[in-house]
Design a binder for this molecule. Sequence first.
Ligand SMILES: N[C@@H](CCC(=O)N[C@@H](CS)C(=O)NCC(=O)O)C(=O)O
Length: 216
Amino acid sequence: METQEEMHKYTLYYFPVRGRGEPIRLLFHLDNQPFADERISLEQWPSYKSSMPLGQIPVLEVDGVKLAQSPAILRFLGHQQRRAGANAIECAKLDMIAEVVQEFSNTEGAGKFGRVLLGMITADKNQYYKEHVVPDLEKYAPIIEKFLVENGNNGLFIGDRETWVDVFSAEVFSKFIEYGSPDALDAYPHIRAQIQRVFNHPNIKRYIASRPVTPF
Ligand SMILES: N[C@@H](CCC(=O)N[C@@H](CS)C(=O)NCC(=O)O)C(=O)O
């Protein structure tokens, strides 16, 4: 993807889960962009923590520079891989949508569903989904659906090529169909189309087929 003079060495540090790291992994794989996928176990984490800019992961190390905050990492790679907007206004619109996806990821209900599934929060999965995830989905999914409708019927936020925000959104929302309820997004056909589009991309399919076990 990158030309010779801008070839970078990338290392992604994250836990061996999908969480906030998987959109970054997917974006690399979308363009067959080589990177080291460093999966840090909970036991190893304390020895890494103080070396990370914000004491948290995901962190992307680019030629020795460590970047934190998953949307900032995704945006950077979006530009590197020509998967950003075509001009400043398109980039700003994508940023706006990415902020919505990130806000959804940070909610008290849907944002913590992963911790319920991973056993870090003790709760009945189905009850938690109905009582705490569905209300957040009902708040945020219509906003995402509206942005997709505005761009037509191709399952993309802007233009006719997948951007970093399409990958981000598809990964975040797809997990509620996979782990919450198969009908989670039936009311949002354009989000479903976006998920289909991203996950049917041959490079993404190839990665998922060989992906190590990576829970929520
Ligand atoms: N806003 C950050 C949040 C990062 C974050 O919450 N990371 C968690 C895992 S998903 C973490 O590093 N937890 C371990 C710790 O805080 O020690 C992002 O989107 O990257």
